[in-house]
Design a protein around this ligand. Sequence first.
Ligand code: GLA
Length: 449
Amino acid sequence: MTEATSIDRRPTRVVDEFARRYGRSAAFIVRAPGRVNLLGEHTDYNGLPVLPMAIDRDIVIAGAARADRVVMLQNIEAQFGARDYEVNEDIAPFAAGDWGNYSKAAAQGLMRYCGGQLPHGAELLVDGNIPSGAGLSSSSALVVGNALALLAANDVDVRYITLAELLPAAERYVGTLSGGMDQATSLLAQPGHALRIDFFPLRVRTLPLLRGYSIVVCHSLVQAEKSGPAKRAYNLRVIECRLACRVLERALGSGLPRPLQTLGDLVTLFPGRPLVEFVSLISTQAPDRPLSLAQIAAIIGTAPERLRSECHITADLGDRFALMRRLRHVLCEAERVDQAEEALLAADAPGFGRLMDASHQSCRDDYEISCVELEELVRIAKEAGAAGARLTGAGFGGCTVNLVADAEVQTFLRRVDRSFYHARSALAPDIHRCRFIFKPHSGAEVRRL
Ligand code: GLA
């Protein structure tokens, strides 16, 4: 791997345990971090930018190549049972929600990319410390880690930027229509920096952090597994955005040079035009309330079944689609990312905090991805003096991200513990695992042993 550097902070237990379980030495170890997103929520799959950074929690995998194409997968944690499967270009999934599917997702994606040229499977042992269902991207870190492990087993180099482009599509194997933020951050993060990531094509640039401020992550204690209950709600948002594209196409009529692949195309097709103008435009076509597919098809001037098949709308998503407010969130959120980048470059912490607060309100009111516990945490955070506080990741539970002046961090934590975690000690026996401060970490690494 060209990007390989030393891995010095992880304990050796995964390597020792590998030898104990598989009866031979590991030949390589890979590390893939989780991420927290500062701003730009649910913009990535719309081709609009995000502002994340890697956290210091990660997935570590020790591995060794096998002569055949079998992958044997084990986890240090007993709750994740041993799995094995054969690598090919069309791998049948384990049951929905099974952790082994993230490994299969990576393997199938790489096999398709390499035209079947990965002759070796691997014995792998996973040791992760990213809380799952917390909106910190444990699943994508697992996909990235498995992909790097399989490439190491086959002695194949693929550039990280290429992996960051192909793994999001590979991860859709688990049934969630996610964008590319998580994999790109896990692979390409830079220590001490936030990233601005743009999509289609993928572009990444590093941004400075706000001096004198800490990023504090707090878990709402509500699990939001993207491959579980949150999947339908997440996928529905993706489809609502696809439908909003179609209504906008109709509204723009002959003023549109080509069909919209994503909402992000508006930036390239109408340079300099404020994105919020398109919100006013869609409101001339679609009222601000959920519509049925038949109503949307009538607005567009097409048949409902045709629209269903063109937008890949599955029956489990139901028949109520909110377009106006979803569009308002996505386009305003993209403008906030631009403004937030300027705030970082200008070292304007209060300005950045205000954008975080506005993002949270929009996630709650227009994208409807918050929940009671996240609201309580954000309210407490603001009362405790956070410059900015918002949900992070897909939403529906998981974590908040907070911008807190260094001098106020201890007071902030005491306040959050007292007002939120103490009343939930049954759910959170170890408070220190529920909220943490971190410095942005480096992206994924591979080391040969
Ligand atoms: C999840 C997805 C990402 C992104 C976020 C929301 O983490 O995996 O692609 O859409 O939700 O911003």
